[in-house]
Design a protein around this ligand. Structure first.
Ligand code: URA
Length: 195
């Protein structure tokens, strides 16, 4: 069993926070175990809670489509995870203490997968990961060096589905930005690995 799979098995019985009480199952994450690109959402919704996989509902379908159209990638090429691994009740945002308690799982995922680029989806993931108070509208539109990686914030696909003005176009532009960051990061890695 790979380290990441062992971690997922361990996480499956986690009871570190109150979200464990209402979940059907832990939604650890899915995708390539050493992906260069990781998408980070906030937390599983009802569909994800049942499926045990992140972004399988309407938001996920949109994410898949945009990933294919703007980056030429499928979810098998990247990794998809959330700030919290269990569904917050009533689809509320995860609370800061829940995200803090769940954070070691995310940190371990980042360590094992070691992605070059992290695309944060929406306010919650972006603010929390970057430790910034501004909203997504302010923070998106650029790439941020973060912990030896690059963070590219964009809107949550649910904002685009709700018809938030400009969100769809902004997401597309951000995914192109992420692709460029990925190309830069991986070509540097290949050059430096090759000496
Ligand atoms: N929204 C999220 O932030 N994550 C999911 O997995 C699904 C919807």
């Amino acid at each position: 069993m790979s380290d990441l799979a062992a971690l997922a098995t361990e996480a499956a019985s986690c009871t570190r926070c109150r979200l464990a009480e209402g979940r059907t199952q832990v939604v650890f994450g899915t995708g390539h175990p050493s992906a260069d690109l990781l998408f980070l959402g906030e937390g599983p919704g009802a569909d994800e809670d049942v499926a045990g996989l992140p972004f399988v509902g309407r938001s996920g379908k949109l994410l898949d489509r945009m990933m294919a159209e703007e980056m030429g990638l499928t979810r098998a090429d990247c990794y998809i995870a959330n700030m919290v691994k269990c569904r917050p009740p009533g689809n509320r945002d995860p609370r800061p203490d829940e995200m803090a308690t769940c954070r070691p799982w995310l940190d371990a995922q980042l360590e094992h997968i070691d992605p070059r680029v992290v695309v944060t989806l929406g306010n919650v993931a972006t603010r929390t990961l970057l430790g910034r108070p501004e909203g997504i509208t302010r923070l998106r539109g650029q790439a941020y060096p973060w912990d030896g990686r690059v963070v590219v914030p964009t809107y949550h696909p649910s904002a685009a589905l709700r018809g938030t003005l400009g969100a769809m176009a902004a997401m597309r532009a951000d995914l192109v930005r992420a692709k460029q960051a990925l190309e830069r990061a991986t070509s540097v890695t290949i050059r430096s690995r090759g000496g």
